[in-house]
Design a protein around this ligand. Structure first.
Ligand code: PLP
Length: 411
């Protein structure tokens, strides 16, 4: 028997793959977790980080779930694409709210809107395909695009243009590799809502250049001041064959913890995404799906009540933020976020600290005012803060008052 020397390893495998290792932690969840842990430690922290309604899920939805949990039919695997009754309800709701007529087979029920976002990009993108990503953007989008092998191409719209990109900006960013444009109205993080005319312009431009549209309509019912969220497929019906609509029950029905979202699109794309989901996660929890059926087949009175509370808080928050020297804030018309520019505060000394980025300012606000806000870096360029107004009125006023008092000390 001959003895062999152990082979000398020439390559040390990574513990975590480069692809997954490059994903950043969700900054919004991180801020929220930090605020909650400081609160648990007894600090009187007020959190403006959360991206969820502070209301409980309406009773009639919870009751439908309670009935479902007792029925053994819901204790088993069900079709990966979703319960037929829920796919039908989503199709009916999509016609009602988006003016887009689809068959139930064009609907895929996902584990929250987040899974719909991932699967939409994974299904449409080949390596190197570019996605025009209007910025400021929700923090999950660029990660989802990169994970799918795509290249996010940021198109920035600042406060001077109400955080809404123009067709001219999109056209300037278009290349032969552009496959998809992302369209989100109302927007997280800015609360911007595109007018029907602007929506149509983006849609016509995409159609003209054969660019797919992924549109995230999750905040469609949270609009104020008479603003209307116009579905891009309603504005340009010819886009139906090259558009994927993303949505979910989380924001409209205060159901963030139930994890039900969906993708709606051309049958071949939905079939391909269903194949992916069938290996990834299979069906969404049946009890949650039954709750979503109750939500979607009911009326919108619960969201009407939430919307008026959000509207009141929005006006209070915007008024108080606008009073701060160095803060600029376009009035948000949708979702439940205010997105002030704080560029006029950066570089000034506040209680011995001179923040030069919004991340440093957010850290100072947490440290000195015990208020949690999300820095603009989570959504694109520095210079902004995101504050959710989905919290009680008293906390909201107290939290913004603390920020006012802190920033009043800026030299
Ligand atoms: C713009 C946008 N899309 C999608 C989602 C996903 O929501 P969920 O996964 O809770 O349904 C969120 C949540 O914050 C969001 O802000």
């Amino acid at each position: 028997m001959t003895e062999h020397a152990a082979p000398v390893p020439t390559h040390q495998p990574r513990r975590v793959s480069a692809r997954i290792g490059s994903i950043a932690e969700s900054a919004t969840l991180a801020v929220d977790a930090k605020a909650k842990s400081l609160k648990a430690a007894g600090r009187p922290v007020i959190g403006f980080g959360a991206g969820e309604p502070d209301f409980p899920t309406p009773d009639y939805i919870v009751e439908a779930a309670a009935r479902a949990v007792l029925d053994p039919v819901n204790h088993r695997y069900s079709p990966a694409a979703g319960l037929p009754v829920l796919r039908e309800a989503v199709a009916a709701k999509t016609l009602r709210d988006s003016g887009y007529e689809v068959a139930p087979g064009q609907v895929l029920i996902t584990n929250g809107g987040k899974q719909a976002v991932y699967q939409a990009f994974a299904t449409l993108l080949d390596p190197g395909d570019e996605v025009l990503l209007p910025a400021p953007y929700w923090t999950t989008y660029p990660e989802a695009i990169r994970l799918a092998g795509g290249v996010p191409v940021e198109v920035f719209a600042g406060e001077d243009q109400g955080y809404r990109v123009t067709v001219e900006q999109l056209e300037a960013a278009r290349t032969p590799r552009t496959k998809v444009v992302l369209f989100v109205s109302p927007s997280n993080p800015t609360g911007a809502v595109y007018t029907p005319e602007e929506t149509e312009q983006v849609g016509r431009w995409a159609l003209e250049h054969g660019i797919w549209v992924i549109t995230d309509e999750i905040y469609e019912h949270l609009v104020y001041d008479g603003a209307v969220a116009t579905s891009i497929v309603r504005a340009v019906p010819e886009l139906a064959d090259t558009t994927v609509v993303l949505n979910g029950v989380a924001k409209t029905y205060a159901m963030t913890g139930w994890r039900v979202g969906w993708m709606v699109g051309p049958a071949d794309v939905i079939k391909a995404a269903t194949n992916l989901q069938s290996h990834l996660s299979s069906n969404v929890a049946n009890v949650s799906q039954r709750a979503a059926v109750a939500a979607l087949t009911g009326d919108l009175s619960a969201v009407d009540a939430m919307r008026s509370a959000f509207d009141r808080r929005r006006r209070t928050m915007v008024r108080m933020l606008a009073e701060i020297d160095g803060v600029e804030i376009p009035v948000p018309q949708g979702a439940f976020y205010a997105y002030p520019s704080v560029k006029g505060v950066l570089g000034r000394t506040i209680r011995g600290v001179t923040p030069t980025t919004s991340a440093e300012l957010a850290a100072l606000i947490l440290d000195q005012a015990e208020v949690a806000v999300v820095p603009g870096e989570a959504f694109g360029p520095s210079g902004y803060l995101r504050l959710s107004y989905a919290l009680g009125d008293d906390d909201l006023v107290e939290g913004v008052r603390r920020i006012q008092a802190l920033l009043a000390d800026a030299d």
